[in-house]
Design a protein around this ligand. Sequence first.
Ligand code: SAH
Length: 349
Amino acid sequence: MKRALTNLSAAELVSLLKGRGQPAFRGKQIFDWLHKGADFSGMKNLPAALLGDLDGEYAAQGARIVKTLVSKKDGTEKYLFALEDGNIVEGVFMRYAHGNTLCVSTQVGCRMGCVFCASALDGLVRNLEPGEMLSQVLLVNALHRHGEERGVTNVVLMGSGEPLDNYENALAFLRLLSAPGGICISLRNVSLSTCGLAPEIGRLAQEDLGLTLSISLHAAADERRREIMPIARRYSIGELIESCREYVKKTGRRVSFEYALIEGVNSSLEEADALAALLRGFQCHVNLIPINRVAEGKLAAPKQSAIEAFQKRLEDKGIAVSRRREMGADIAGACGQLRRRHLSENSAS
Ligand code: SAH
């Protein structure tokens, strides 16, 4: 597989080009084009021979958009990205009052095995390289950024994959994303979501990057969590919360907890009480998500009234809570769904 030039920092590109007898400014020009989402064919001010040479050895971008779906309800856009080796990952672009958020994938598939998640169904295929993550942002930003229009202002690592299971590459991606001179998205506008790899959360705390950490908790008791999330067999909720406390202490950032409500599994008022007790006094925020039904699965969201009662119970107990807006439901907005549909349609034809 050809490696993408988007894996390289500006300094690395300059030295690559220098190694080919090119002046430093050529490396900077290429870096600028890449961060505008361009491929070799769009790099108008560079010698064709040089671009031809590079093209023989490298891909420019680490991904290309092969399909776009636009929600008629809320303008949310969903993309399928093809990688250089033909693998497919997906991304979602959501418009909010405060900015535009792109949800980025970090792995092809996932090996965490959460029972409600479409990305986990076939296990892990491979880790994404930093440049493959970055290109998702660069390409979508280029689609939306015209004149005064805002492109991608916020990034969430909530697409397919577990970012902390691909730690080095995810961190390298964040450095590229926030580097001066490139697309330069502040890490204050980035959330990293994890199913709870406690040691890596501790490691991330030490990096002190200013990221928002988002924990996919989904249950307040170990036995229940183990039924739906295999990672809970490795790390207890106690260990997980301890690593989150360390994160808050080291970074001064608030942690947010994702709680996907599943009928008959984790949505009773007793479970709301247990969640409130677990998080009491902790500087955090709970985000409730009615579970998206995955075609293959039987799990479903509770009724509206039960969701509202769960939310009210948390609020009454002093927990800061919000409900995730359900965006792009008409275009298979939930993790991994579109890719699976695409793969099964293509294998059927
Ligand atoms: N692996 C990371 C990030 C990817 S999943 C993590 O676990 O956090 C992003 C979020 O979507 C997680 O909170 C995950 O639990 C949630 N999720 C997965 N499948 C879902 C579904 N069918 N309905 C609602 N949320 C889901």
